[in-house]
Design a protein around this ligand. Sequence first.
Ligand code: SAM
Length: 235
Amino acid sequence: MDADHLSNRLATVASYVPKGSRLADIGTDHAYLPVNLLKRGLIAGGVAGEVVRGPFENAAHEIQREGLTDRLTARLANGLKAIEPADQIDTVVIAGMGGTLITQILTQDFDRLAGVKRLILQPNVGEMVVRRFLMTHGFQLVTEEILAEDGHTYEVLVADRADQPETYNDEELRFGPYLLQEHSAIFIAKWQRELARTQAVRKQVQQAAVVPEDKVAQLTAEIQEIEEVLHRVSA
Ligand code: SAM
């Protein structure tokens, strides 16, 4: 992969960046995403934020090599601290991390999102905490996409600023309100794997010398929930 050849995962994320945006890509690594969008004339400019020096230097080098330093700035900073008011960022991407870390980054410096209208988040795991964050912090999910690449399944969550985001129940938060409607083969395969994994964990827990009944009950509830959803979407 490079800035001219994004993975399907990053290309999907890129496809939800509104044309002409001022973008902050937080945890940018090589800055392939913003460099790609800028080279194609799809964003006006922005910031490539990285907290680790090695990837930050990769990003800075990539931006310089492509001659984009006048419109795209690499910043060594923790999370949203990479964003300054003068950047006039309106769109933020955080991709390729766990949902808990994404949520921590967004919560830590929430005030820095003041001018941001769209969040495009791609948690590798822990999508539920991300959806809950959006719902409780004034962002309405507008679309979700699920894709498979290189043996992994990824979800891309797109949310826009809203006065009163829709309230979702636990099932919608866990599985995704849009993905639940779609019945895609990738979604079904993901939850079949998750069902098998949860069943295996329950079996193991049940073999303990002292069986933790609370844990068994919790796993049983999860298994039932997944089975119900799979039954509905496979029907
Ligand atoms: N976003 C790219 C992608 O989706 O391909 C890179 C994903 S890479 C797995 C995660 C990157 O996030 C790493 O380069 C890591 O250093 C960076 N990162 C982790 N925590 C961060 C934070 N708090 N602030 C900024 N960057 C962070």
